[in-house]
Design a protein around this ligand. Structure first.
Ligand code: PMP
Length: 401
């Protein structure tokens, strides 16, 4: 007993404790209080922090469906009928009929044969890579991919070559050095989340055909926004059949939580046997599944949300461009304001907060060096009054840097 107590007092702390205590990134984050804020209330496009109201100008609720009555009602009814969770992975404990129904509807909507739904977009997008890539393959990845795809790439164990952002010519250069016999996978995004750029998909597809590459595309930010009724980037370019695997998140246009991978029936079956994120993760909850399904229906029945989104986008872009702010040639509702230096970004962000506008700071290494930015996103739910306030706040913030 005495020996145990002594060993407790003499035990040295693990170096991990020192690492935790001395971490610069966490220290700076806590000092400047830029992330992980907590809001006590949300209504429409408004959120409240410490009693102060803000217009949310950075969430990805592109179509403004978060408070749609049908989306909320579907979630409530599913909880009543099925409970809160299925508390298990589908491979082991089985899926439920509502998973299959949503999968069929999603596959049909995006123009693929089959689909698998996940409890997070992150898992879906990681699985879209791990489900297919083998150690012996070469992956070709856009430098500015989302973290979920990088996770999938790393976990796959395959060699990865990065090409300049949205630059098919650079990809072509890299391809020329590779053995034609090694299987190749391109990993792309439909709309790049930070920059709002639409992928130069026709050119990438040309290359994929030439080099016999398999194409995985994450359309988290194109789904619901581009293409007929929001079918996404593949539909926008008429290239749905040429993209082998499409993945996306429910947490943007579908205003929910979860994600999906869509492809041919045999490819989805293959992924279900090979992706550990698919095999070992609990099934999408009944309420999340039902809300996503209702939102998918709203997308198809109520085109006014997409129309309003693009009307708001036009006004918002002109506010920023009239102020000569650099929006990095964004073509979509995900709009960065590139300021290029950490300090400028911080003061701009603070000035917007002062005026009741909530945005996100994104600095290197999260963005390329010299591209430090404020990431904003416009929604169909923003009202004309919201945009008046945004305009005034942008003028004020610009005057502060
Ligand atoms: N892919 C992209 C491009 C994203 O922007 C995100 C979310 N930011 C994800 C995947 C992950 O989706 P989720 O947040 O639903 O997990």
């Amino acid at each position: 007993m005495i020996k145990m107590a002594l060993s407790f007092f003499t035990q040295t702390k693990s170096p991990i404790h020192d690492r935790i205590r001395s971490d610069d990134a966490s220290r700076l984050r806590l000092k400047y209080d830029t992330y992980y804020h907590i809001f006590e209330k949300q209504e429409g496009t408004r959120v409240w922090k410490d009693g102060k109201e803000f217009i949310m100008l950075s969430s990805n609720d592109y179509l403004g469906l978060t408070h749609h009555p049908k989306v909320k009602e579907a979630g409530k009814q599913a909880i009543e009928k099925w409970g809160a969770s299925t508390t298990g992975a589908r491979l082991a404990n089985g899926g439920r009929i509502f998973h299959r129904e949503l999968e069929e509807e999603l596959a049909n909507f995006v123009g693929k044969e089959a689909c698998h739904v996940f409890s997070a977009g992150y898992l879906a997008c990681a699985s879209a890579v791990t489900g297919f890539a083998d150690r012996k393959d070469i992956l070709f990845a856009d430098k500015n991919l989302h973290s979920s795809l990088w996770s999938g790439i790393k976990l796959s164990g395959a060699r990865c070559e990065r090409f300049s952002h949205n630059h098919p010519d650079h990809l072509r250069e890299l391809l020329q050095y590779e053995d034609t016999k090694i299987p190749k996978i391109f990993v792309l995004e439909g709309v790049y989340s930070m920059e709002g750029h639409i992928a130069r998909l026709p050119e990438f597809i040309e290359l994929a055909k030439e080099y016999n590459a398999f194409v995985v595309l994450d359309d988290a930010h194109g789904f619901g926004v581009l293409g007929h009724e929001g079918r996404g980037v593949c539909d926008h370019f008429g290239l749905t059949d040429e993209v082998d695997v499409m993945c996306s998140s429910f947490s943007k246009s579908l205003a929910g939580a979860g994600g999906f991978v869509a492809s041919s029936k045999e490819a989805i079956d293959y992924m279900r046997s090979h992706s550990k994120q698919t095999i070992f993760s609990a099934a999408l909850s009944p309420s999340a599944c039902a809300s996503a399904r209702a939102a998918l229906q709203v997308l198809q029945d109520e085109h006014q949300h997409k129309e309003r989104l693009f009307k708001n986008l036009e006004r918002y872009r002109s506010i920023l461009l009239n102020l000569e702010l650099d929006i990095w040639e964004s073509e979509t509702p995900a709009i960065p304001i590139v300021l290029g230096e950490k300090e400028k970004v911080y003061y701009f962000w603070k000035a917007l907060l002062e005026k009741g506008i909530y945005t996100i700071i994104s600095i290197a290494p999260g963005v390329p060096p010299g591209k430090d930015l404020i990431r904003t996103a416009i929604s169909a739910a923003h009202t004309d009054e919201d945009l008046d306030r945004v305009e005034e706040a942008m003028h004020y913030a610009k005057s502060k840097i």
